[in-house]
Write a protein that binds this ligand. Structure first.
Ligand code: GLU
Length: 491
């Protein structure tokens, strides 16, 4: 195979998982590195678990992450369709080929019979392997079973394929990530490739699709290793070229269990809703199993693409450290331009009436509030005091306001500020002088400012006070200072 062709083949039984995003990224990077093609295939053979909503989520999430595909269900390509449910007319042909070549056989066993076999194996503490009971049925026997109303499933004949292409029962392949892997195929058991209702199974459909879509390299999670052995034998039985395989270590939660909802977000769209930037997410997942050669962890995807080598991917599991992702996200937030931030923060400001601010005021609000954000969504709780007439005063601010010093500071502030020209520049100068005045009286500048901040914002920390005053304006400032004085005097 000369052209590098890789694929991501999600099953739409849920929103795009962050682990699938990493697999997609590594495939994408491998394609980029080798001037190859990155294919998206939707594996929806399990109709019951499939939903259009999940398919849309997969498309949207991959696009948001910048993992654009060269061929796929929406844009087509030379080997389409790229959705398995639209390929059902393709699969029977190769089942027939396998039957004709003797690499597959009809199996009439009922679920009860199979269950009994499994129980027997369990009783004898042996791993379950199908008995091959139906391997050598005669035509008469089959006709009789059919007459009973039984419909056969089709099983792949592992030992037959193994014997035809290998010297012993050991099947080995050279994994791009893990090196040589092998299995004793006697332990695999003849598996069903087509169910009695005509539906192809995963292990079979995936081979037919990879074969017809000329996939050269299959890069996926190590949970598929046992499938890979089965799939290799089907490729061989069909006389097809076997792709190279690479299996990535699993992504584990910090407690080393499987990453799941109880640890936090797991779907890409969930992370995005929570306020993670896709740039941070993609950078973060790249480091789950791969390390940049210069040790520089913050790396935009274009730089990662230049540096990425599949054989340098670690074969061990990676830990999904939410803290590290948070750190990375805050870093990426700081790298955004103000116009970008203004847009990206909007979805997290819907509880406020943004029309209260002019564009210039909104710009300034963003400029003075974005730096401490870990998540874009942190903006929601960082800015309530820019909106509405009144503010809610928290406990600590209330305590401050109840001091005599604060009351005195606020009174003087009202007296003096009434004549101030309310531009940020001027306020800066005036407040400096104001603090100086109290400093001489032995009151620390920060205590002076706490009083004003507590009254105007209802809290003791927050963004630059001068800018806040300039944004909310003189009227609102006075209204809140008066209200705070009144409220605290009453209590
Ligand atoms: N549809 C499979 C899954 O979602 C992907 C299998 C593969 O990559 O071969 O796990």
């Amino acid at each position: 195979m000369s052209e590098v062709r890789v694929r991501i083949a999600p099953s739409p039984s849920g929103n795009l998982h962050i682990g699938t995003a990493r697999t997609a990224l590594f495939n994408y990077l491998f394609a980029k590195k080798n001037n190859g093609k990155f294919v998206l295939r939707i594996e929806d053979t399990d109709a019951e678990r499939t939903s259009q909503e999940y398919i849309k989520n997969i498309f949207d999430s991959l696009k948001a992450l910048g993992l654009n595909w060269d061929e796929g269900p929406d844009i087509g390509g030379p080997y389409g369709p790229y959705t398995q449910s639209e390929r059902f007319d393709i699969y029977p042909k190769y089942v027939q080929e396998l039957l004709d070549k003797g690499f597959a056989y009809e199996c009439f066993c009922t679920p009860e019979e199979l269950e009994a076999e499994k129980e027997e194996a369990q009783k004898n503490k042996k791993p379950y392997v199908y008995s091959k009971k139906c391997e050598n049925l005669t035509e008469e026997e089959k006709a009789k079973l059919r007459a009973e109303g039984r419909k056969p499933a089709i099983r792949f004949n592992i030992s037959k394929a193994q014997k035809a292409f290998h010297d012993s029962s050991i099947l080995e392949f050279d994994d791009l990530v893990k090196g040589k892997l092998h299995v004793d195929t006697d332990l695999l058991g003849d598996f069903v490739i087509m169910k009695s209702n005509g539906a192809p199974t995963y292990n079979y459909a995936v081979v037919i699709d990879d074969m017809l879509m000329k996939i050269s390299h299959v890069i996926r999670g190590e949970d598929h290793i046992s499938n890979t052995f089965k799939q290799i034998l089907i490729f061989e039985a069909l006389g097809a070229e076997v792709p190279r395989f690479g299996h990535l270590g699993m992504i584990l939660a910090p407690d080393r269990s499987k990453l799941s909802k109880r640890h936090g977000a797991t779907a890409v769209s969930e992370f995005v809703e929570k306020g993670y930037l896709t740039e941070a997410l993609i950078n973060f997942v790249a480091l789950l199993g791969w390390s940049p050669s210069d040790g520089q962890e913050i790396k935009p995807v274009e730089e990662i693409a230049a540096d990425f080598r599949i054989n340098e991917v670690s074969s061990s599991n990676s830990i999904f450290e939410y803290d590290k992702l948070n750190w990375m996200n805050s870093h990426y937030i700081k790298m955004l331009s103000i116009p970008e931030l203004k847009e990206k923060l909007k979805p997290y400001l819907t509880k406020y009436d943004l029309t209260e601010l002019t564009d210039a005021q909104y710009t300034r609000m963003v400029e003075i509030t974005y730096e401490p954000l870990t998540l874009l969504s942190d903006i929601t709780d960082a800015v309530p005091y820019f909106f509405g007439e009144d503010v809610e005063i928290d406990e600590r601010a209330k305590e401050t306001l109840e001091t005599e010093t604060a009351q005195e500071v606020l009174k003087t502030f009202m007296d003096q500020a009434v004549d101030w020209d309310w531009t940020e520049e001027n306020l800066h100068e005036k407040l400096e002088a104001f603090r100086g005045y109290y400093k001489e009286k032995g009151i620390k500048p920060k205590v002076t400012m706490w009083a004003i901040r507590a009254a105007v914002t209802g809290r003791l920390c927050g963004a630059d006070m001068t800018a806040i005053l300039a944004i909310i304006g003189k009227d609102k400032t006075f209204h809140r200072v008066k209200a705070a004085m009144k409220q605290t005097l009453q209590s």
